[in-house]
Design a protein around this ligand. Structure first.
Ligand SMILES: [Fe+2]
Length: 176
């Protein structure tokens, strides 16, 4: 039995606030990719989907004169660090298992290496999946951050993914 669900995370005020910056559609799509990859690779689909859903909540808006400034972003961005910390705080606050909260937070921390001085890290399967799930949904010029989805549809998709995860982790309970 999972202590908290994707819906718990998705409806948390911090998630709502930060996904408005980084893109709700991208977060939900990445969570679906992560679930699929986790099943294929024998990784915990709950951890993978949670980390992918929250992977970009550390984003800041880098604007100069009202326009997105990619250079400013590249030079100063630490969204993976901020996202990992925010996600960890939220997970613990909601009552997530501490070991799970750490695994999910570290997977968020390492979903990109753009802020690191060295980039030859060897990732765990969970960390690799979250990185890949993000990349699979990427569009040129960062357009994946601006793709739109209604709040209702996003919530329906999150609930559907919760059911899929429960179906994998607790298959017997769901057939009763
Ligand atoms: Fe992303």
């Amino acid at each position: 039995m999972r202590k908290i669900t994707l819906e718990d995370l998705f409806t948390h005020p911090s998630t709502i606030k930060y996904l408005h910056r980084s893109g709700t559609a991208h977060a939900v799509a990445a969570a679906y990719y992560a679930f699929k990859l986790a099943i294929e690779r024998g990784v915990n689909p709950d951890y993978a989907a949670k980390a992918a859903l929250l992977h970009d909540i550390g984003h800041y808006e880098w604007y100069t004169d009202g326009k997105w400034d990619y250079n400013l972003y590249r030079q100063n961005d630490i969204h993976a660090i901020k996202g990992a910390e925010r996600a960890h705080r939220m997970l613990i606050q909601l009552g997530e298992d501490r070991a799970a909260a750490k695994e999910i937070a570290v997977a968020i921390l390492l979903h990109t290496d753009s802020y690191l001085p060295q980039t030859n890290l060897s990732l765990t399967p969970l960390q690799e999946i979250v990185k890949l799930a993000d990349e699979l949904d990427e569009e040129p010029n960062g357009n994946h951050h601006r793709r739109q989805i209604s709040e209702e549809r996003a919530l329906r998709m999150v609930r559907e993914l919760d059911k899929k995860i429960d179906g994998v982790l607790e298959p017997k309970q769901n057939t009763i």
